[in-house]
Design a protein around this ligand. Structure first.
Ligand code: ROI
Length: 162
């Protein structure tokens, strides 16, 4: 299955958190990372009294089910010492399943496509970099969503090589 993952961090050297998380994902036997966007910086969505975020999006191929993939992502978040301080608050690492092929999942633990995807410049623009032709189940073409979601202060700050 072709899956898109969103990565975010705004604590403890966010650039390094994202780069290490990409390496962590690549090292998993059931996962093959296919492409990675540039790294982007933006002001926090939500409470403003927290550091800027670094975000990226990657695509991977996996044989894991959505929930087993979520388990693997949460293990990596734990490796990075994630503590949830408050709702919509700062975090060392956030790994979200954005899309799982064209499948939808909707239960207490997991919602795919990720809710809010269309309102988040820090997801849409990195996604457009690696998958410009993408069609998002229930939402339509990525290219049609971009003009509805201003880029704001989002800026490319670094590139990563696989
Ligand atoms: N804001 C930005 N800019 N980037 C994020 O990854 C991010 N993640 C979040 C909230 C707190 C909603 N704000 C964010 O979870």
């Amino acid at each position: 299955m072709l899956v898109y993952i969103g990565l975010g961090s705004n604590l403890e050297n966010p650039l390094q958190q994202i780069k290490t998380a990409i390496d962590d994902l690549q090292s998993l036997a059931d996962i093959q990372v296919m492409s990675v966007s540039s790294l982007y910086q933006s002001a926090p969505m939500g409470p403003a009294d927290q550091p800027d975020y670094i975000n990226a999006v990657l695509s991977l191929k996996t044989t894991l089910s959505p929930h087993h993939l979520l388990d693997a992502l949460q293990q990596i978040e734990q490796l990075h010492g994630r503590v949830r301080k408050r709702h919509w608050g700062e975090r060392t690492l956030d790994l979200d399943i954005l899309l799982y092929g064209t499948e939808t999942v909707d239960d207490e633990r997991l919602k795919v496509p990720h809710p809010g995807i269309a309102q988040r410049a820090f997801v849409l623009y990195p996604l457009a970099e690696i998958a410009p032709e993408l069609e998002i189940p229930g939402l339509g073409r990525l290219q049609d969503l971009l003009p509805l979601c201003p880029q704001g202060d989002l800026q490319q700050v670094d590139k990563v090589h696989l």
